[in-house]
Design a binder for this molecule. Structure first.
Ligand SMILES: *Cc1c(COP(=O)(O)O)cnc(C)c1O
Length: 337
């Protein structure tokens, strides 16, 4: 058994011992299976490969100071995967079975759950793909659901560090009534080109405006957007953004901290009036943003090089709940036993 250097984990793929699989065949889901192989054997004409019939999820398990392993809001991930499945005509995976598969994947790979003081976590990746063959454009008649895990380091190894975003109007991530609201690979394929361009320019991600009018803020490539001003946490309402579970949780916490919360259309111009801006998602909880560069108009919106007061409070609060340092008063945590 190799030793894991918990202090130097990044966010990269790493093998664990086992993964969990479940097959939909002959009109029904089978039993959960475990495998120690990291490959799958699928048909050359599987719809996932040709027509993008695939959706995924991402969540984390955390080891507390008490040595217990906690998973955060996995029922939400299970429901969201069902929603994604419906959106691209895949067979829905039952919520209870999803939860069972995640528990099993954690337990079978317990030695990969990082210790409390490392600040690292176990990343869990559920995946649903069409495996049945089709060459005409039709939904598959067979599906594979799988869950694999890997330890990942803290997103900010040197501490909570603000980065810059870039707006480039010539690129769209998702169409207004398209698949942006589903967690499907196609949205990621569609955003890789400009994502790479953004990184080459020194930005952490693209900030997308709505694809139709380019008037309102949508979200970042892999994370939701929020801004804070006048004691209010504001996050965009849009049919083409992915409903982030982190954002949903931050809205609750912001309210409890005494902030007003608004989910509404956020005009581009409002970027000039925020005191704090952030990107949020499972990977980092909150990535504070120090600047947004509008590349088309050579215009900067600046928010200071240090994380804002509210972003820091929200980040610390959510992390404390996830690691069990603060009580879970919302029923967001399941302890894996
Ligand atoms: C997964 C994802 C997010 C973040 O969602 P969380 O549930 O908070 O991890 C945001 N935007 C997109 C496009 C995503 O795919």
């Amino acid at each position: 058994m190799e030793n894991i250097d918990w202090g130097n984990l990044g966010f990269g793929y790493q093998d664990a011992d086992y993964n969990v699989r479940c097959y939909f065949r002959n009109g029904k889901w089978g039993e959960l299976e475990t495998s120690s192989s990291n490959t799958i054997n699928i048909h050359i004409a599987a719809t996932a490969l040709h027509y993008g019939q695939e959706a995924f999820e991402g969540l984390k398990a955390f080891k507390g100071r008490d040595g217990k392993i906690r998973v955060f809001r996995m029922d939400e991930n299970a429901k969201r995967l069902q929603n994604s499945a419906e959106g691209i005509l895949m067979e829905k995976f039952p919520v209870d079975k999803f939860q069972e598969a995640v528990r099993l994947a954690i337990k079978m790979n317990e030695r990969f759950v990082p210790p409390y003081d490392s600040g690292a976590a176990l990343y869990i990746r559920p995946l649903l793909i069409g495996t049945g063959p089709q060459i005409g454009v039709h939904p598959a008649n067979e599906y594979l659901f799988t869950v694999f895990v890997m330890p990942v380091g803290p997103y900010f190894p040197e501490g909570f560090k603000p980065t810059d975003l870039v707006i480039m109007r010539q690129f769209d991530r998702a169409a207004p009534q398209g698949t942006g609201k589903y967690k499907v690979g196609g949205n990621y394929a569609a955003s890789m080109y400009e994502g790479k361009k953004a990184k080459e320019g020194g930005f952490s991600a693209v900030l997308y405006l709505d694809s139709k009018e380019k008037k309102y803020i949508d979200e970042c490539g892999p994370a939701n957007f929020f801004g804070i001003k006048n004691n209010t946490y504001i996050t965009p309402e849009s049919d083409s953004i992915l409903p982030s579970i982190t954002n949903k949780s931050l809205l609750v916490l912001a309210k409890e901290m005494g902030l007003n919360v608004e989910r509404r259309k956020v005009p581009y111009e409002e970027l000039a009036s925020f005191d704090e801006v952030g990107a949020c998602g499972t990977a980092a909880v909150i990535s504070p943003i120090k600047g947004v560069y509008d590349a088309d108009n050579d215009r900067w919106f600046k928010y200071g090089s240090k994380p804002g007061k509210w972003s820091t409070k929200l980040y610390n609060k959510l992390r404390a709940i996830q690691y069990g340092d603060e009580p879970d008063t919302h029923g967001w945590i399941e302890i894996i036993e």
